[in-house]
Design a protein around this ligand. Structure first.
Ligand SMILES: NC(=O)c1ccc[n+]([C@@H]2O[C@H](COP(=O)([O-])OP(=O)(O)OC[C@H]3O[C@@H](n4cnc5c(N)ncnc54)[C@H](OP(=O)(O)O)[C@@H]3O)[C@@H](O)[C@H]2O)c1
Length: 304
């Protein structure tokens, strides 16, 4: 069986591809780059120029759609916001048109989405998959992203969408940035520190993608975040504790975060809990359900 991973040079794609290879899958990636330093068969595409190597789809059984401009790389100007949406939606559109044109019957199309589907709000609500999307930029982005994935049902493919929390890995994403003040001995919460941050260990998110590939019963949206809920303060404190570092500095003020990051600061300053019940009911068992165990594993032992 062959899995095509879009954005396969990224944090999740690299780890997932290796795990799939170990399980005996053939893995290919779609990348914008001419020369990719990758262990996988690499095809090129340019969704803005509407071009891709058709063979990438013709020879694949599953597509995992991870491509997308990084949310935290640049300030959210109008131009960047357009890129954040287009890099997820136009790319899925090109995959859809190519699969349609070539008559390819995929077994499943599995797409990333975000826990920010429910909006960047801090509340006591625990969101589940039936709750409506948030009325803000990230809500709008996730709706368009998921809609572009759902179109694959028209081609007879099973569609799974994973509304991921922050993926914790030492190789990239939010964790190394959050850990910088901890390493410097000035660990502190961001803003009030009371905002929740749905999170998931890199190993769990990749095991969930594999489950979505293999389990024909999985269909539609799933929240993909660990069942133990944590606030920003919980995470910063636990990060400090597992590394025997102090936790004492004053909170990083919200106003300074907004000045430094603009609208993107919402991602750091706001957040609610999301429920992992649907995934657990589908039979998924988390390897790292608790924050302390997940962070201890990442910070002390592995280079994941
Ligand atoms: N990591 C997290 O904490 C997290 C949480 C929730 C949701 N997600 C979502 O899950 C997906 C994968 O996450 P990740 O952390 O692996 O992302 P990542 O490390 O930023 O990698 C994403 C990949 O997408 C491709 N890409 C970047 N900009 C692009 C653009 N403008 N147009 C087309 N392709 C572009 C790149 O591949 P090439 O350069 O090879 O083309 C890149 O390697 C993303 O869509 C992300 O938003 C991630």
């Amino acid at each position: 069986m062959k899995v095509l991973i879009t954005g396969g040079t990224g944090l999740i794609g690299e780890y997932l591809g290796k795990k799939l290879q170990i399980k005996g899958y053939e893995v290919a990636i779609l990348s914008r780059k001419k020369n990719t330093d990758t262990a996988f068969q690499a095809y090129r595409w340019d969704a803005y120029g509407n071009s891709m190597e058709n063979e990438a789809i013709e020879t694949s059984d599953y597509i995992v759609h991870l491509a997308g401009a990084n949310l935290a790389d640049k300030r959210w100007t109008d131009e960047r916001k357009k890129e954040i949406i287009d890099s997820r939606v136009k790319t899925a559109g090109l995959l859809f048109e190519t699969a349609k044109k070539t008559g390819k019957k995929l077994k499943a199309f599995i797409s990333a989405s975000g826990s920010s589907y429910y909006g960047m709000v801090t509340s006591d609500k625990i969101f589940n998959e039936d709750d409506p999307p948030g009325n803000d930029f990230m809500g709008e982005t996730c709706i368009k992203w998921e809609h572009s994935a759902n179109r694959f049902r028209q081609l007879g493919a099973r569609v799974v969408v994973l509304r991921q929390g922050a993926v914790f890995s030492t190789r990239g994403g939010a964790l190394p940035k959050m850990n910088l003040p901890v390493r410097l001995g000035v660990a502190a919460p961001v803003g009030s520190g009371k905002q929740y941050m749905p999170w998931i260990h890199i190993d769990d998110i990749c095991r969930i993608y594999i489950r979505a590939i293999e389990d024909d019963q999985m269909e539609g949206p799933y929240n993909a975040a660990s069942p133990e809920h944590a606030t920003n303060k919980d995470i910063m404190k636990t990060l400090a504790r597992v590394q025997d570092k102090p936790f004492w500095a004053p909170n990083a003020p919200s106003a300074a975060m907004k000045l430094a990051f603009g609208e993107m600061a919402q991602v750091l300053l706001k957040g609610s809990r999301i429920s992992a019940e649907k995934l657990i009911s589908a039979g998924y068992e988390f390897r790292f359900p608790e924050l302390e165990g997940a962070l201890a594993n990442l910070m002390k032992k592995s280079g994941d």
